[in-house]
Design a binder for this molecule. Sequence first.
Ligand SMILES: NC(=O)C1=CN([C@@H]2O[C@H](COP(=O)(O)OP(=O)(O)OC[C@H]3O[C@@H](n4cnc5c(N)ncnc54)[C@H](OP(=O)(O)O)[C@@H]3O)[C@@H](O)[C@H]2O)C=CC1
Ligand SMILES: Nc1nc2c(ncn2[C@@H]2O[C@H](COP(=O)(O)O)[C@@H](O)[C@H]2O)c(=O)[nH]1
Length: 325
Amino acid sequence: MKVFDYEDVQLIPNKCIVSSRSECDTTVSLGGHEFRLPVVPANMQTIIDETIAEKLASNGYFYIMHRFKEAERIGFIKNMQSKGLIASISVGVKPLEYSFIEELAAKKITPEFITIDIAHGHSNAVIQMIQHIKCYLPDSFVIAGNVGTPEAVRELENAGADATKVGIGPGKVCITKIKTGFGTGGWQLAALRWCAKAARKPIIADGGIRTNGDVAKSIRFGGTMVMIGSLFAGHEESPGETKEENGILYKEYFGSASEYQKGEKKNVEGKKIWLEHKGKFADTLIEMQQDLQSSISYAGGKDLEAIRKVDYVIVKNSIFNGDTI
Ligand SMILES: NC(=O)C1=CN([C@@H]2O[C@H](COP(=O)(O)OP(=O)(O)OC[C@H]3O[C@@H](n4cnc5c(N)ncnc54)[C@H](OP(=O)(O)O)[C@@H]3O)[C@@H](O)[C@H]2O)C=CC1
Ligand SMILES: Nc1nc2c(ncn2[C@@H]2O[C@H](COP(=O)(O)O)[C@@H](O)[C@H]2O)c(=O)[nH]1
């Protein structure tokens, strides 16, 4: 297997067939719904909250609410659906989550999307939860993860998952690779390619996105959607604390397996960082859309499909060539 990551790859252009980048269509379909961009903010507490979820859904973007306010999930689903918006939530695998799924079914509440959000998704715990959701809420689209091998993708698909999420340890606030020695950090793009070759259902590439061009590369190597944490953290609307130092505003971004999320130092595999305040989230999304439209034009097409077929080169650490953006 060839091992490489986002910074080692450059996509090769084809002849342009549009007269303006605005002709390029960035929409993607997942679970029978169309979304404006193939990206989704990470289901983490310093990335998304109810307000952001509502704003994203009402503007045609995909979202996945985090699972860390367990008791508020039913109210959240009802509120979104009463406004005609999709409900997309996360669950864990502990016993109470089984009762939660049964409660949703008993109350005839069906979220459009349910993401099983576990660090090591290639496990019986996740397989059993997929089967439980499919038994009680057969109409919910189930995203299961996280995994990093083709075997895991196939096993979760065979258990009934409608999509799998790939990425063990490439995240900006991840310390899994350091603390456990395991993961796809440093070769996440190659792991995505490896998993996508085995997949029969959509894959969500999760973690390690550092530039907008990495979204196009994720599509090229088999992602249908791309989950993004750090690039979407630190905005005006982002949940979490803000601090000022020497006249510069910073916002916190912490891992879901950090002591800040867990409230204790047990099985910690995440850390906290402070990011310089980035302004409005909507502006970041617009720039990402424009850059992806440009990617499509370089791919020589009019939609995301064009990117999936382009040639590429692997030149180690080549994309910055000593520059910063
Ligand atoms: N994408 C990534 O690389 C990673 C993401 N995360 C994020 O951190 C959050 C917490 O994740 P997670 O700890 O899984 O969730 P939970 O703390 O909810 O753990 C879920 C269950 O799985 C068990 N469990 C967790 N890890 C393992 C393991 N390696 N082997 C066997 N059992 C395990 C836990 O038991 P017990 O705690 O007793 O072991 C618990 O019963 C999630 O949001 C996840 O997405 C965390 C690490 C890596
Ligand atoms: N190993 C850990 N991974 C984590 C933790 N919290 C979240 N995550 C993963 O990171 C991505 C976001 O990555 P980014 O590079 O875009 O910032 C997120 O979707 C999770 O899969 C954690 O505590 N430890």
